[in-house]
Design a protein around this ligand. Structure first.
Ligand SMILES: O=C(O)CCC(=O)C(=O)O
Ligand SMILES: [Fe+2]
Length: 213
């Protein structure tokens, strides 16, 4: 007898199920060791090499239709990553992201069609004031993704906490997240306002967005 439906080649991934569950219930998810120590090392090396080549630019506010460099709002320097020209370290990164995105699209029909990622360095003394990750003229960003590439000796005194503002009426519910190496934070771009607190020691990361069409 012919089968009505094609058997779907699908293996449940508990970590991804946890991510989906957390995002559904609390609009964000924190995953420690999403990248292991070796992977963090490889990605950090790639970031620092590009930084030494002087490839980073001051980050801007808004997208290209509305671009103003505003040091009083954010002080990080960034470099956009290009998947088509990824070096082996970046391929490692994108393979992991693509695996997750495929899973989200298959299981939650999220319709993630595009993604964009940049390296970011917050020099000592910089911050990123409270904001939402969506633009006035473009709301395709669905999930924000941050991955920290700091050294293992990263301490709370280093500052640079990511604060998620979860409840306008109750600051006690603000979620404070330290940028520990290998840690990934995913949150709903259109809903969660957030801030990067002042940094006391250079802070390294990759930030990106999973986007609908
Ligand atoms: O690095 C972080 O923790 C968040 C960065 C951020 O909010 C952004 O780049 O929009
Ligand atoms: Fe942000």
């Amino acid at each position: 007898m012919s089968q009505l439906f094609e058997a779907i080649d699908f293996v449940e991934v508990p970590l991804y199920e946890r991510i989906i569950d957390d995002i559904a219930h609390q609009k964000y998810c924190v995953i420690d060791h999403f990248f292991d120590d070796t992977e963090v090392d490889i990605l950090r090396t790639s970031l620092l090499e590009k930084y030494q080549e002087d490839a980073f630019k001051k980050a801007a506010i808004g997208n290209k239709f509305d671009e103003v460099i505003a040091k009083s709002i954010r002080g990080d320097v960034i470099l956009w990553m290009d998947e088509a020209r990824a070096n082996p370290s970046e391929s490692l990164f994108f393979n992991k992201i693509n695996h997750l995105v495929n899973y989200l699209n298959k299981t939650c029909f999220m319709g993630i069609l595009h993604k964009e990622f940049h390296y970011a360095i917050y020099p000592t003394g910089t911050f990123y004031k409270r904001h939402l990750d969506t633009f006035k003229n473009d709301d395709r960003r669905k999930l924000s993704f941050v991955c920290y590439l700091n050294h293992e000796d990263c301490q709370p005194e280093n500052g640079g906490e990511l604060v998620l503002y979860l409840d306008e009426n109750n600051p006690e519910n603000d979620k404070i997240i330290y940028p520990l190496p290998g840690r990934v934070v995913i949150f709903e771009s259109q809903i969660i306002e957030h801030e990067v607190k002042p940094v006391n020691t250079k802070r390294l990361s990759i930030t990106g967005w999973l986007k609908t069409r």
